[in-house]
Design a binder for this molecule. Structure first.
Ligand SMILES: [Zn+2]
Ligand SMILES: [Zn+2]
Length: 121
């Protein structure tokens, strides 16, 4: 990964890859939710980048950017979650599908009170 890509996805406060991205409306800077919340509390509601006053409406969650990070840095996101056993991209995907499938079956089971087999046979 290039330096540019790294900094694009980094929080300007903690220099880590963004977690729960929040974007300031004043200067369109992105920070982790916890970083900007703490900063604003500690610094009389000033934007860390442009020093404008931050009000409730001047920070927005940027969930699109979170998805972008997950897409572009899947290894990074995964390594954070399981530092001892980083999975390959492929196994992460199949793992997620497996979880999804499990939830789906459980939901069906709860809704119908029956096993899948009896529903589909
Ligand atoms: Zn941060
Ligand atoms: Zn700003």
């Amino acid at each position: 990964m290039s330096q540019d890509a790294q900094s694009l996805y980094s929080c300007k406060l903690c220099n880590e890859v963004l977690k729960k991205t929040q974007m300031t409306i004043c200067c369109l800077s992105r920070y982790c939710e916890s970083c900007i919340t703490d900063y604003v509390k500690a610094n009389s509601k000033q934007c860390p980048s442009c020093q404008k006053t931050i009000s409730d409406g001047s920070i927005r969650a940027d969930t699109h950017f979170d998805s972008l990070i997950a897409l572009n840095l899947p290894k990074h996101v995964q390594v954070k979650a399981e530092p001892e056993n980083p999975k390959s991209d492929e196994s992460v995907v199949s793992y997620l599908i497996m979880i999804d499938d499990g939830f789906y079956k459980q939901k069906l089971y709860l809704e119908t009170g029956n096993h899948l087999e009896s529903r589909f046979n």
